[in-house]
Design a protein around this ligand. Sequence first.
Ligand code: ADP
Ligand code: MG
Length: 329
Amino acid sequence: MGEFELIRQYFTATSYPTDVLLGVGDDAAVLAVPPGERLVAAVDTIVEGVHFPVGSPAADIAWRALAVNLSDMAAMGATPRWFTLSLCLPQARTAWLTEFATTLDELARQFGVSLVGGDTVRGPLNVSIQILGTVENNRWLTRSGAHVGDVVYVSGMPGEAAGGLQLLLKPAISANAADRQHLIARFTRPSPRVALGRGLRSLANAAMDVSDGLLTDLSKLCAASQVGARLHLDALPMSPSLSSTFGMKEAEHHVLHGGDDYELLFTIAPDRVQELEHCIKSCGVLCTAIGEIVPQGGVQCYRAGQPVTVAGTGFDHFADVPAPNPGGE
Ligand code: ADP
Ligand code: MG
C-alpha cells in the first residue's frame, strides 16, 4: 500500500461539516472560523515508550493522541473543531491502521472534530496531532488569571491514570479485577473535559489541564498567575480503586504526582461557587475544592490544618533524573 492509497483509505472523510471549506487531499486545509470567535491552536506529540508503553494497541494510541489535544482545548474553554495528524509509522500494517483510524474516528465524532489534513512518514512510532478550536472573543481561559482568595478545584479522580499505568507495566501487582480494569482504562482512555471547560469559561479565573501531576501543574498555574496556593491533602478526591489497590500512602503519591489524568485544575472566586455547582451538575463531572490561592510562596501542602512537606515531583521530560515510566506531556 502506497502513501497516497493509505491516506485515501484511512484518513479521508467522505463528507465534512460546513466549516471545512477544503479538507484532506490538497496542499492545505481551508477552515471557516465563526464570526466573533478566535482561533485556538495546540499541538501534542506522543512517542512510543515515552507516552505509552511499547506494544500498546493501536486503538489506545489513537485515543490518547486525540484525547490529550482535546484536553488542551478544554483547558482553554474552547470548542474543538478541526485537527491535523502527523503519523510516523515503522510500517503500514492494515490491521494496525484500521484499528487506529476506527478509534480516532470514534473519538473525533464524539467531540465533533474533523480530521482535515496531516502528514504520513516512515520512522519510529509517534503520533502528533495539532488541534484547532474556537472561543468567543475574550472568553478563553488562561493559567495566569488566578486571584488571591480563589478556591482551587480539580475535576475527576487524579492519580487513577498513574495507578493504571503501574498496573500495565507491572502486571504482578495484585488488584481486584474491577479496580484493575477501571484504573487501566483511566490511563488508556482519558476523558477530555471539554463540556466542563466550556462551562468554566465565564466562571473560572484560571484553568489548565493536569498532564504532569497535580502538584507540579498547580505550581505552574501559580507561577503564571504570580500567586501561591494552599493545598489541603485531606480534601483531595481519593479514588476507592486507587486506595484499595495501592494503599493510602502510595495512592496519595499518585494523586499528587501522577501524570496522564487530563483532568482540569481551575480557580474560582468564592462568591461564584454556587454557579459552579450548577455547571458541575449539568456536566456530570465530579469537581472537588482542594485549596485556595494566597499571595505568594509557591504551593504549600497542609494536613489537618498544619503545613507539611510532601516527597516526590511531577513529570519532566528533561529533568536530570531519568523518569521511571512514561507519562506527562
Ligand atoms: P504534501 O506533499 O503536500 O505534504 P501529502 O502527500 O503529504 O502532501 O498529503 C496529501 C494530502 O493528504 C494532504 O492534504 C495532507 O494534509 C493529507 N494527509 C497526509 N497524511 C495524512 C494523515 N495522516 N491524516 C490526514 N491527512 C493526511
Ligand atoms: Mg506531506
